[in-house]
Design a protein around this ligand. Structure first.
Ligand SMILES: NC(=O)c1ccc[n+]([C@@H]2O[C@H](COP(=O)([O-])OP(=O)(O)OC[C@H]3O[C@@H](n4cnc5c(N)ncnc54)[C@H](O)[C@@H]3O)[C@@H](O)[C@H]2O)c1
Length: 301
């Protein structure tokens, strides 16, 4: 197996900053690439805050400053040349990801592994933008990365065994619990979670219960930490809608098809908690208000 010392992270948004943080916390040197310095500043400010919270809880093995010192931000691809693994977390767009990999491939040392954190884009379709498809895997983290224990390690038909095992072990070194899966749209978690969330929307449309009652029922009846509508608002309705479309394109099955209500909410700009309104109004995040009244006409009373 290959030894990993230096990690490159592409994109320092919600996921990229979390990935950079857990890599630095695990002792790796990390270089994060962004399109503009301001995005690095924003991502690194979030990392500082999160490290501060870990420190307050006494959950860090060393001073936060030592961890922070292992992190570098850059806007130059050349600074990733000597990375052992490059983990991509830029926007969820196939063309952008392919362009990114095609331009990095001649710069980053040939032995390095490329990993994508994509939620729904085919690893196989992305890896063909490079001359190292056998050294290309999916490494799918969950939000918020510093807290969520799972990472899905995704292999394609051509992934080399030693590359796959190296990344699997790397996942463990990050303090995560890796699971093995292959390049099938949605991997394990979204394959099972997305139909459940969409079914909750359909149940609501059919008048099975109110938003609040369905959430309470699934929380208390199944022991889930939150109900499906709260979870949808957290994930983002726009993100869910995008993933749903990719999965429906792939499988052509109704269980992956977006219910009309979800589509209408996204078209109306109701994206969930991130912009204040989804199945709940989040004006007061401590007390979200179910939007049954506003959604009347889409759900049977
Ligand atoms: N949000 C989630 O819950 C979640 C969970 C798992 C996986 N993912 C996946 O992670 C990836 C990133 O998602 P996110 O939620 O962090 O998005 P985000 O919008 O928060 O971050 C994306 C970042 O990438 C940067 N970027 C865009 N193009 C770039 C380029 N060419 N070079 C360098 N940086 C570039 C942007 O400036 C932005 O800061 C997506 O593929 C998404 O599917 C997201």
């Amino acid at each position: 197996m290959m030894e990993i010392k230096k990690v490159g992270v592409l994109g320092c948004g919600l996921m990229g900053s979390g990935i950079a943080q857990v890599c630095a916390m695990a002792g790796f040197d990390v270089t994060a690439l962004e399109i503009e310095q301001k995005f690095i500043d924003k991502g690194f400010a979030g990392i500082r805050k999160s490290l501060g919270r870990f420190a307050e809880k006494g959950a860090l093995k060393e001073p936060a400053d030592n961890i922070f010192a292992r992190l570098k931000g850059t806007t130059r691809k050349e600074d990733l040349a000597d990375c052992d693994i490059v983990i991509e977390a830029i926007i969820e767009n196939l063309d952008e990801k392919r362009k990114m990999y095609a331009s990095l491939d001649p710069i980053v040392k040939p032995a390095a592994i490329f990993a994508s954190n994509t939620s729904s884009i085919s690893i196989t379709e992305t890896m063909t933008a490079t001359k190292r498809p056998d050294r290309f895997v999916g490494l799918h983290f969950f939000n918020p990365v510093p807290l969520m224990k799972l990472v899905e390690v995704v292999r394609t038909i051509v992934t080399a065994d030693d590359v796959y095992e190296t990344v699997y072990e790397f996942g463990k070194k990050l303090g995560k619990v890796p699971v093995r899966t292959s390049d099938k749209t949605g991997f394990v978690v979204n394959r099972l979670l997305v139909p459940y969330l969409l079914d909750a929307v359909r149940a609501y449309e059919e008048g099975v219960g109110s938003i609040g009652d369905i959430d309470v029922a699934m929380k208390l009846g199944c022991g889930y930490p939150m109900g499906p509508f709260t979870l949808l608002d957290f994930v983002g309705l726009d993100t869910t809608y995008y993933i749903t479309n990719v999965m429906f394109d792939e499988f052509k099955e109704r269980r992956f098809a977006s219910p009309p209500l979800l589509k209408r909410m996204v078209m109306a700009g109701w994206y969930g908690k991130k912009n204040g309104k989804g199945f709940y109004d989040w004006s007061n995040p401590e007390q979200p208000v179910p939007q049954d009244a506003a959604l009347r006409g889409f759900a049977k009373e």
